[in-house]
Design a protein around this ligand. Structure first.
Ligand SMILES: O=P(O)(O)OC[C@H]1O[C@H](OP(=O)(O)OP(=O)(O)O)[C@H](O)[C@@H]1O
Ligand SMILES: O=c1[nH]c(=O)c2nc[nH]c2[nH]1
Length: 203
């Protein structure tokens, strides 16, 4: 997605610990036109799979996931990081590590909104080590729903998350790929895609 690549080139900053700061477009401020295009790109890629639900994780996954769900006309469910008192007593849970805040995070999804028969596409902001998507895949499996595909706005290809998630057996679509980032060179970014897998076969 060229507009995203351009925005990352313009605004992306390299922080210690291998963190890319893109707060001006993904993690703090949101750009509606750019976010809408993210949703259109994901929706075009995932429509042939006929998902019944988009699932993401609060907080930065919600915007691109909602943009996708709007185009596809399906509900969006987001995993909560704190269990609210309103949550149904039966909830699926898994743990991940927060890359930007540190520490272990609990993820919760209520059984009210994820169940057997659901055909799920996950959309999140970053694919780095793949740990967060792995945790979410456990939740989806526990619910009995079917995971069809994963979508991430920004892939940090050098962290190998895609390869680490290969055993899930689902295609992964990303919109921009960070090839490498070094202070002396800056952020090297290219358009994302399905990787080496082919586009999934339509139903
Ligand atoms: O592939 P991984 O290594 O798991 O990294 C990706 C995850 O890291 C970020 O979560 P984080 O909790 O840092 O941020 P957020 O609250 O802004 O969503 C991001 O939103 C992804 O969910
Ligand atoms: O803002 C972010 N920058 C990153 O580099 C990153 N990696 C995982 N999650 C991330 N969030």
């Amino acid at each position: 997605m060229q507009a995203l690549v351009d925005a990352i080139r313009e605004q992306g900053r390299i922080l210690p610990g291998g963190i890319l700061k893109v707060d001006g477009l993904v993690n703090h401020q949101l750009l509606p036109g750019l976010t809408r295009e993210m949703g259109e790109r994901f929706a075009a890629g995932f429509a042939p799979l006929q998902p019944s639900k988009i699932v993401t994780i609060e907080v930065s996954g919600i915007a691109p996931a909602l943009a996708t769900a709007l185009v596809l006309g399906v509900p969006l469910v987001y995993a909560r990081k704190k269990r609210p008192v309103t949550m149904h007593e039966v909830a699926y849970t898994a743990q991940s590590v927060s890359r930007t805040k540190g520490g272990v995070v609990d993820l919760f999804v209520s059984s009210e909104f994820l169940e057997a028969g659901d055909r799920v596409v996950v959309v999140d902001d970053f694919l780095a080590s793949g740990g967060t998507l792995r945790a979410l895949s456990h939740i989806i499996a526990a619910s009995g729903a079917e995971l069809l595909a994963l979508g991430c706005v920004i892939e940090k290809g050098f962290e190998d998350g895609r390869a680490k998630l290969a055993d899930l057996g689902v295609p992964i679509l990303t919109l921009a790929n960070i090839v490498r980032m070094r202070q002396e060179e800056g952020v090297v970014v290219e358009a994302g895609g399905w990787g080496r897998e082919r586009m999934p076969t339509p139903l």
